[in-house]
Design a protein around this ligand. Structure first.
Ligand code: TRP
Length: 434
């Protein structure tokens, strides 16, 4: 497969703001238009339940985020855009991964540890107010990613640890049950700056300093007027360094426009005029999307239909993959042959050594699989004891024994050789397990 699969989730816990737009929505929409890229974007509403217990807010946020991504140009015909909770295979996979994830690994997750540290510092129970949902957050996220075998996961730096955990889950599962998962990689957009908010700190809902992506023109203007500046008067040169207004402008403007504002700062532009420039520049980018956004907000049924169509596309992958995984772990129907023993021992039971004597008076052995195919054929030995020692060496040393005993064995073609090696490895494992 030559296409690269990108996947990212957006927790449905708030209203998209300019920081989300610059840091996530805009680069993701652009990336989704790159040839050779297959994109999966989803509304992580199961994740939202970990933080939010207001049902109406979750529903409202789901609509706002979906409408924002669509208005920003995400083309649902070209990408797979869905709501996590419409794909029941994801919570099922979460359980499979839960069973291969060390509890100690989850103990070390940053978000969980931060809560524990806070509680410890406050002198209360370390797990006070920590839900099992918060603790399990990385596993649900691992399931999101591994369900679709995504290669690249565009996320912020704070999420890198979660992607590493997803890699570990993929490896643990593959180790136990065979190669089912591709190890994902975090994709960190170095060039995307984090946007400062109204007060100059990082724009974030938790600081209450955001500018909503889709406010009305009037509201946008009013919010921009509230961006913190210093008290330099008109005519006094201004510093671009540390100026939130300048940084926000830069995230929207071309290089020439940015250079022009830099010059205006040096020449002492009045803060009021700089704010007007910023407002006009942002509005120029947002205005064409605003009508689309408002249309979706007024017609949630259109968004619902798009998300359900997206879930159908997602499940066309998830449903058969989950069936494969269920079978791999042993959640199988009982209609077909039931294997009597655990997988490993049954593999070992595949082949057996048979000793016999020929008319020439010599002692022989062969290795025969359950279907009766001969995997190894010895030459004649003088005594049954020597033949038995050769068998012992093969059982002990596996493939190395094969090489050592070459002269006592009939030549093997390469596919028989491969089967013989496999059978010997399985025999050795079964012997170890005893
Ligand atoms: N944890 C991510 C965040 O808070 C959201 C998320 C959930 C996610 N599942 C994901 C991101 C899978 C990438 C892939 O930003």
């Amino acid at each position: 497969m030559s296409t690269t699969r990108f996947l990212t989730g957006i927790t449905t816990s708030g209203t998209p703001h300019l920081g989300n737009y610059v840091g996530s929505i805009r680069p993701s929409v652009r990336a989704s238009q790159t040839p050779g890229v297959e994109s999966f974007y989803f509304l992580a509403d199961y994740h939202a339940l970990i933080k939010i217990d207001e049902p109406a807010r979750i529903q409202r946020s789901t609509l706002e985020i979906a409408a924002s991504w669509l208005a920003a140009g995400l083309d649902p015909a070209h990408v797979t855009f869905y709501r996590q909770s419409d794909v029941p295979e994801i919570p099922e996979l979460t359980w499979f991964l839960t069973c291969v994830t060390g509890k100690g690994v989850l103990n070390r997750a940053h978000a969980y540890k931060a809560s524990v540290d806070k509680n410890t510092a406050a002198g209360v129970d370390p797990d006070a107010d920590v839900t099992a949902g918060l603790f399990m957050y990385p596993v649900l996220m691992g399931a999101d990613i591994l369900m679709f075998n995504a290669h690249k996961v565009p996320v912020g730096r704070d999420q890198i640890q979660h992607i590493e955990m997803a890699r570990d889950m993929a490896a643990s599962f593959n180790h136990r049950y065979g190669e089912h998962f591709v190890p994902p990689q975090a994709e960190i957009e170095e060039s995307v700056a984090t946007l400062p908010g109204l007060d100059g700190r990082k724009m974030s809902k938790s600081y209450d300093n955001t500018i909503p992506l889709f406010s009305s023109r009037e509201q946008l203007k009013k919010l921009i007027a509230g961006i913190k500046t210093d008290s330099r008067a008109p005519g006094e040169p201004k510093d671009t360094e540390g100026s939130a207004l300048f940084q926000i402008y830069q995230a929207f403007a071309s290089e020439e426009e940015t250079a022009a504002l830099r010059k205006a700062y040096a020449e002492g532009i009045a803060w009021g005029d700089a704010k007007t420039l910023l407002f006009e520049r942002i509005d120029r980018e947002i205005a064409p999307m605003r009508a689309t956004y408002e249309d979706y907000m007024a017609h949630p049924e259109k968004v619902e239909a798009l998300l359900l169509a997206g879930a159908k596309k997602a499940r066309a992958i998830a449903t058969p993959f989950m069936a494969q995984l269920r079978s791999a772990v042993g959640l199988r129907g009982l209609g077909s042959a039931v294997q009597a023993k655990a997988e490993k021992t049954s593999k070992a039971a595949l082949a057996a050594f048979k000793q016999y004597r020929e008319k020439d008076g010599l002692f022989y052995f062969k290795l025969v699989d359950t279907a009766g195919a001969v995997l190894l054929q010895s030459k004649g030995f003088e005594s049954p004891k020597v033949a038995g020692q050769a068998i012992g060496q093969l059982q002990r040393d596996g493939a190395a024994g094969l090489a050592a005993l070459q002269a006592q064995l009939e030549a093997l073609d390469s596919s028989t050789h491969a089967s013989a090696v496999q059978a010997l490895v399985a025999l050795a494992e079964a012997a170890d397990a005893k």
